[in-house]
Structures are given as C-alpha cells and as structure tokens.
Design a protein around this ligand. Structure first.
Ligand SMILES: Cc1cc2nc3c(=O)[nH]c(=O)nc-3n(C[C@H](O)[C@H](O)[C@H](O)COP(=O)(O)OP(=O)(O)OC[C@H]3O[C@@H](n4cnc5c(N)ncnc54)[C@H](O)[C@@H]3O)c2cc1C
Length: 492
C-alpha cells in the first residue's frame, strides 16, 4: 500500500458487486488503507447504472437516465472521492409541459425554505387553484412526522386528505410515484414524506437535480482508476458462486469462475436476487434464515426508456416533465452529454412504474412515444426520426411499500467479518444510487470497526435551511449507522 498508515493497515477486503454500493464501499476502504479487491460478475462497473453500445442503433446509451439530487450527499461524496463530481450538470428548474405545449416552471426563489418554491408553484398554470390548495394542505400535513409504526400507503393518505384529480395525476402520480417508481397505493407514506421533504422543503440546494455529462460507464470508470491508484484492484467477469469462512486463519475464500480469492473481510454488495442465490452457498449461520425471509419480501418495479435520434433540434430544454401521457420525463441527452457531438438531437424519454408500457412490443412503444412527444414539442412533426431504441429494465428498483423497513437488513450479516451493502439494505432511502452509496459507506464503516479502527465514512445529510431549521420543523436527521433507518426513528 502507498501512503501513510491508516485504519486498514494493508488488511485485505473482498467487495462483491461492482454497482454503486460496491464501488462506494471499495473506494472508501481503499482510502482507509485496506487492500481491496472489487469483484464484479459483468465486464464493467456500474451495476444497474451503466451505459452500453446498443447494437440496434450503434450508439452508446445509458440503460436509463439516472438523476441525483442535492440531498444525495453520499453519492456526491463517492463522486468527489473518485474525482468525477465535476462531471455532474446541476439544475434547479423543473419544467412541466402539458399536451399542447403550455409550460409551468417549478423552482426556487429568494424566499427561505420551505417557502422557496412557493412563488413559482403559485404561478404554475399546470395546476388549478383547487389543485394548489390541495397540494398546499398535503405538504403541510407531510411536514409532520409520520408515526414510526404507520402502515399507511401514500394512496390511502391522499384519499383521506382531499386531493383533486389534477393534484393526483400531475403531481403525486407523475412526480412522486415516478421518483419512487411505484403506484401510489404501493408506496409507504413515510418514504413519500421523505421525498417531499428532501426535494421540495428542506432547502433549494437539496432539491436541485443532477445529471451526468458522461455516459454512466465512463463516469464510473473513475472508480477503477481510483482503486488501482491506491494499490487495490478490480476483477471483472468474475461471478462469486460461494464463500467459505476459515475461523483459524481468519479468512474468507471466495469461489469464482475466474478462480479462488482470499480476504480477511468480505462485503457483499449484491442486489437482493443475487444475494438470495448466493445464500445457500454461504456457511451455515444463525440468522441466515431470517435474512432469506427478509429478501423474500422484496419486490422489483420496471422502468422503460425510449431513445430517439432526430435530424434536427426538437427543444432547447435539458429536461422536462410531460403531463397526462404515458411518457413521463424527457431528457435532452445531446445537450446534457455534449461530448456526444453529432448533428440533430438525441432525446431520452423515461416511463416509470409502467408494466403496461413494458409489455408493449418495442416498435409499438417507440411509435406511441413519438406520437405523444409531438404533443409537447411540435418540432417532432416536421423532424425525421433517424433511429430509435426502447430499453426495458424489468428489475429496475425495489418497492417501498408500508412496512418495508422490517425487511431491509443492516450492514451486519449473519457471518463473521462479512457485511452487507446494496440499495435495498437499511439506509432509510428508496431505491436510488444514494441509497446504494450510503449502504456502501455504512458497510465500509462496519469493516473499519471490525478491524479495530472506528472511522466516520458516511457523509452527513445536508442541514435544512431557512425556516426549516426552526425547532419543530426539522425531523431527526441523524444518519443511520446500521441501526433502524432514520424514517423509523421517533422524530420531534
Ligand atoms: C432503469 C433504471 C433507472 C433508474 N433511475 C435512477 C435514477 O434516476 N436515480 C437513482 O438514484 N437511481 C436510479 N435507479 C436505481 C439505481 O440504479 C440503483 O438503486 C443502484 O444503481 C443500485 O446499486 P447497487 O450497487 O445497490 O446494486 P446493483 O447496481 O444491482 O449492483 C450489484 C452488482 O453486483 C453484480 N453481481 C451480481 N451477482 C454477482 C455475483 N455473484 N458475483 C459478482 N458480482 C455480482 C451485478 O452484476 C451488479 O453489477 C435506476 C435503476 C434502473 C434500472
């Protein structure tokens, strides 16, 4: 190892899974002085956030647009660690477009939080006065702590809090359910309240949106460079099939298709399905059955994206929320990722939580998307569609139904010197890169602790601003360190 002696002292760690969770854990541990081997089944890092050359269109595309927000402090910390934070393009404006083209732009003003979004919200023509009153009441209601034992879904709560059809369709279903990628009836009220607070109330900074200016796999190549620069390594095309623990050594031995690997500490940063497949090939341990039961209660939701190349410019907007149609979000990838170059324009449309859209044949999905897009951007009608692709991610994100926190394990595993990470573990966050990065940082802290050297790795939350700092306004924001997630804590 190079550099000054640190927590790890050159002790070895194998991190299994090269998604955001595994990369975050591996890089933090390498920085802490451990010798890390990051082991990934596929030929590239990034996990569910990756880009690839699509054979049908001959272009490198993201498997889907991945956005982050200012409140994603651990993802930002990971990006800073690997030197790619400057590759994120940030924006505070959210343009909502109605069929026909009328626009409303939400975003911050000079007013202190939580009022910063109020002036533009009041001016938004996408909502009637009735919608605005209903949404205002709901926001106020969601500023109160959700009881830790609440079993209420967002849908149930909205039904008893008098929401208009416009508020339901244009805000709750489109913005919030789509951010959580599920139907409103399948979303825990606590998670919905968290999204509202983080994106719209705590501060303007927390709610700004970030998009990578590089294809995702190029962005995450920074993790490979960071690890090798620290004397650690990345092993690609290596699927871990089983793991054995030797208490005498003490050491883990991993069996992979690329040969055996040994390490004193193990971090399993796998999605829950892969964890479930590995479980029968782990040593017997008290608690393994409980973990299997927690995994069995997890479920996935699909996301589709439609990638369209036109022979001319369609819009100068970087992104927009598209109202009242099947397509939900428009990302102007040619503008967001300028290094792509090329004539014409490249737009990506995202359809969240849409099993019906995922079931459409690819050509039909593209045809419907173009027809709908033309309702928002008339330039589509005179443009030539040069090429197009639909990408379907059936297992995109895990759901956050009421009671889900009981099924999210902490980083502590049933096995010695072995820790769990992955977006689905207990972070208090929904299925996002931030949750994955948080889980990786929590697992890295647990490894340091087990190695006898406490180290704070988790990045703290952004402090609420303005009036949100007043007593009674701020919910408990203490970071979860493997205990119950923040959402389950009693709050003031
Ligand atoms: C279409 C889509 C859109 C999304 N949009 C957003 C968004 O806008 N914003 C956002 O924050 N999040 C978004 N997400 C969610 C985000 O991608 C995930 O929450 C996050 O990437 C999960 O990271 P992870 O490391 O926990 O898991 P994963 O990314 O699943 O990584 C796990 C890794 O483990 C590897 N692996 C599996 N089995 C083995 C094995 N036996 N041996 C070795 N390696 C193995 C896998 O190949 C994978 O690379 C989206 C996801 C999808 C699919």
């Amino acid at each position: 190892m190079r550099g000054a002696p640190t927590a790890g002292g050159g002790r070895t760690v194998a991190v299994v899974g090269g998604g955001v969770a595994g990369m975050s854990a591996a890089c933090a541990l390498a920085e802490a002085g451990f010798r890390v081997q990051l082991v990934e089944r596929r030929a590239f890092l990034g996990g569910r956030a990756y880009s690839f050359r699509h054979p049908g269109v001959g272009e490198v595309i993201d498997n889907c647009q991945h956005v982050l927000f200012g409140c994603c402090t651990n993802l930002d910390g990971f990006y800073r660690r690997i030197g790619v934070a400057g590759r994120i393009h940030w924006t505070s404006d959210m343009t909502m477009i109605e069929p026909g083209g009328r626009r409303s732009v939400l975003g911050p003003s000079w007013l202190p939080a939580p009022l910063h979004g109020l002036p533009r919200f009041l001016a938004a023509r996408a909502f009637t006065i009735g919608d605005k009153l209903a949404l205002g009441r709901a926001f106020r209601g969601l500023m109160r702590p959700v009881p830790p034992d609440s079993t209420e879904s967002l849908g149930e709560w909205l039904a008893r809090n008098g929401q208009t059809q416009g508020a339901l369709d244009r805000f709750w279903r489109l913005v919030i359910a789509s951010a959580l990628n599920a139907d409103i009836g399948s979303i825990s009220l606590a998670y919905a309240a968290k999204v509202i607070r983080e994106l719209f109330l705590n501060s303007a900074e927390a709610g700004r949106m970030g998009m990578s200016t590089l294809p995702l796999s190029d962005l995450y190549a920074g993790a490979n460079d960071f690890l090798t620069g620290k004397g650690s390594g990345v092993l690609l095309n290596a699927a871990v099939d089983s793991a054995a623990w030797d208490a005498g050594a003490p050491q883990w031995t991993l069996a992979t298709n690329a040969g055996a690997l040994e390490a004193e500490f193990l971090v399993l940063a796998l999605p829950f399905e892969a964890m479930s497949r590995l479980l029968p090939h782990m040593p017997q341990a008290e608690g393994a059955a409980g973990l299997a039961a927690q995994i069995a209660r997890q479920e996935h939701w699909p996301i589709c994206s439609v990638h369209l190349w036109f022979d001319r410019e369609i819009t100068t907007l970087d992104h927009a929320v598209l109202l009242d149609r099947e397509i939900h979000w428009m990302y102007n990838k040619g503008r967001i990722q300028p290094s792509r170059g090329g004539a014409g324009s490249y737009l990506e449309l995202v359809v969240s939580a849409s099993s019906a859209f995922a079931a459409l044949p690819g050509e039909k999905a593209i045809e419907q998307s173009v027809l709908e897009l033309a309702e928002f951007f008339p330039a589509v009608r005179s443009a030539k569609l040069v090429k197009a692709a639909r990408v379907k991610e059936v297992h995109a994100t895990f759901g956050v139904p009421p009671g889900i926190d009981e099924s999210r394990p902490s980083s502590v595993s049933p096995w010695p010197n072995c820790f769990l990470a992955g977006d689905w573990t207990a972070t208090g966050w929904p299925s996002t890169m931030e949750s994955a990065s948080r889980s990786g940082h929590l697992a890295a802290e647990a490894v340091c602790r087990a190695a006898g050297s406490e180290r704070a790795i988790l990045n703290p939350d952004l402090a609420p601003r303005g009036l949100m700092r007043l007593p009674g306004m701020a919910l408990s924001r203490s970071p979860s360190r493997g205990g119950p997630p923040p959402l389950a804590q009693k709050t003031g």
